[in-house]
Design a protein around this ligand. Sequence first.
Ligand code: ATP
Length: 514
Amino acid sequence: MANQDDTFKKVISHAKEYGYVFQSSEIYDGLSAVYDYAQNGAELKKNIRDYWWRAMVQMNENIVGIDAAIFMHPTTWKASGHVDAFNDPLIDNKDSKKRYRADVLIEDYCAKIEAKIEKEVKKAAKRFGDAFNKEEFLSTNGRVLGYQEKIKTILSRMAKSLEQEDLADVKALIEELEIADPLTGSKNWTDVKQFNLMFGTKLGASAESAMDLYLRPETAQGIFVNFLNVQKTSRLKIPFGIAQTGKAFRNEIVARQFIFRMREFEQMEMQFFIKPGTQGEWYEHWKAHRMKWHLSLGMGKENYRFHDHEKLAHYADAAADIEFKFPFGFKELEGIHSRTDFDLSQHEKHSGKKLQYFDPEENKSYVPYVLETSIGLDRMFLAVFSNALQEEALENGTTRTVLKLPSVLAPVKAAILPLVKKDGLPEVARKIVEELKWDFNIIYDEKDAVGRRYRRQDANGTPFCITVDHDTLKDNTVTIRHRDTMKQERVNIDDLRAIIKKEVDVRNWLMKMA
Ligand code: ATP
């Protein structure tokens, strides 16, 4: 089995080779942690965004979508807490001069202990065979319990120190655990310092009158400041949600994992406004509902897990991540946060405007509580793309590279291939393209032998190849080849639209959430 680094390298090079993701400004040697989506990547990203929007906005009559500006009044970020508290604790290694997030170093240390637990589980599963009960083993095995206790102690100490801004203790913890620079092994650390992640910029022409602005570090605040405008104009009653997708910017300290952690990225967020006191049930509801959305894409239940936060953000009373098994292990893909009335109350305070809802059932006004679901579009892209990329051993002893994207998300739905470039076959193939392009993203390819064209489309993630041959001229049938099974069928040209639609239609995929 290829190791994690190799798998991840393959993902990155495949994304480049097949026109999914390019390094930004590559001809100038690139810009660190900034990426461009290429011809296929832009389509895949759009399809993921649409899939989310359809599930969130179109399928819920009490959720509406907005598109707020990236620039916001600077007081927004004072109110939200980002000016004072949107910091990462960073630490430098004096020998390697590399900079790390102190909390990530500690979390990675715990992940290694977690890996030891996994090892014990595997060993025991082998030893006990069919009689093995994982739950029981995890709750009774002495060694495993010891590891779990250690993780808990470390993480809760870190959470407490960060909460109390006791950065000296965070450093002390790193030293006590003897955490070394992962690249060089050096344990020669500086003190831990806070670093604000917002990008600053200026609005206005002259230096004197210019106003300091920030590029938004999250899309959520554009929703909060519009809460009352949307509520009044839509006349929605609580509970209701406002959804938004858009760019966010963070000056990330450690940005090394391709599109997992970028400085410019896109979020898909939904803020659900609820009656105070009901946050517990809505928290559970949205956790379950968002997991269903993920599972509807068929990327394997075993690749997801929930992770409840030990360290709560300043605004939250409960928070969990949906983690996905990326090529470098389980990491956060989406966050579900119970944000209380923190944001709206803060904006009331800083703006002097009331942001309250009059509840006709209760006959009183209150500041609603908020339940948030927040997912990174680029992270979702990486999850989908890395999960889809497979090397498959074939019966004839060769291997093929195939990108098994959920077909609802695939950039190109079908490739139309004339078997040869003569005898009128290209003309028929072109006619099929002209017919199908009204409904689907289709491409025409006549270059190289048909076998090579199949492989090219496999690697590109195209669910169907449709081949026009000499029989087509006689009986109006074509061969349709399925990417995942490589099975080929003979079908009538007039049936193509229905066959493709059945496979790629959003409806058929989203129905799996029901
Ligand atoms: P992390 O702990 O990984 O830094 P976070 O907890 O700060 O993430 P949130 O502020 O909850 O992230 O943002 C919500 C979602 O936005 C995350 O679940 C993630 O999918 C995405 N996201 C956050 N930061 C980045 C980034 N730098 N690049 C790409 N996606 C990101």
